[in-house]
Write a protein of this length. Structure first.
Ligand code: S3P
Length: 188
């Protein structure tokens, strides 16, 4: 059991939808006795509506603008921060994450998983991810195809922003959490 430790800088969790950023983030935050921030939840608070509704009524651009704002605001918070899977699609967001990690102002951890794993998890929450299946009409196989398409574009961005890459396939939550905490103190 890892003893509680004080988090002195933001710990950003990045990765594709369904990789476990929020569940791992909550777990890690509890272990570290640190605050947990979910940027998607912040966006929903600010917009006063769900992400699915925001995409449907105002479009992805409006969503991405709010996402950039909440990322900037979280930059100096010593908290465990789960980002949305598309945060890396904006170059300015990638720069923010890279600069924060290179300057030592933050730690950025990429939670990686296979497309099949991601698709299964995404399908457990129908209607929540507008970029995958806004109408909840895709089969499992079609969902995997869509996940692969987006992953092909995004994987290099996740890798470029991350200090550490952690594989979450077939791993229990506490194993992934332990690896994330290790990333904070790699040589201890
Ligand atoms: C998105 C991921 C979602 C949410 C929005 C867009 C994306 O967050 O921000 O639906 O572009 O990958 P999660 O990764 O938490 O599902």
């Amino acid at each position: 059991m890892t003893p509680p430790q004080v988090l002195s800088r933001p710990l950003f969790l990045i990765g594709f939808m369904g990789c476990g950023k929020s569940s791992v983030g909550r777990f890690v935050a509890r272990r570290l006795d640190a605050p947990f921030v979910d940027l998607d939840a912040r966006i929903e608070e600010r917009a006063g509506t769900s992400i699915a509704q925001l995409f449907a009524t105002q479009g992805e651009d409006v969503f991405r603008k709010i996402e950039t704002q909440v990322l900037q605001e979280a930059l100096h918070q010593p908290a465990v921060i789960a980002t949305g899977g598309g945060i890396v699609t904006r170059e300015s967001n990638r720069e923010v994450l890279k600069n924060a990690s290179q300057s030592g102002g933050a730690v950025v951890v990429y939670l990686r998983a296979q497309p099949e794993t991601l698709a299964s998890r995404i399908r457990r929450q129908p209607g929540v991810r507008p970029l995958i299946d806004a109408q909840s009409t895709l089969s499992h196989a079609q969902t995997i195809v869509r996940v692969r398409e987006l992953l092909a574009e995004r994987t290099p961005w996740y890798q470029a922003c991350a200090d550490v890459v952690i594989n979450s396939d077939g791993c229990a939550l506490d194993e992934v959490a332990r690896a994330v905490i290790e990333a904070l103190h790699p040589h201890s």
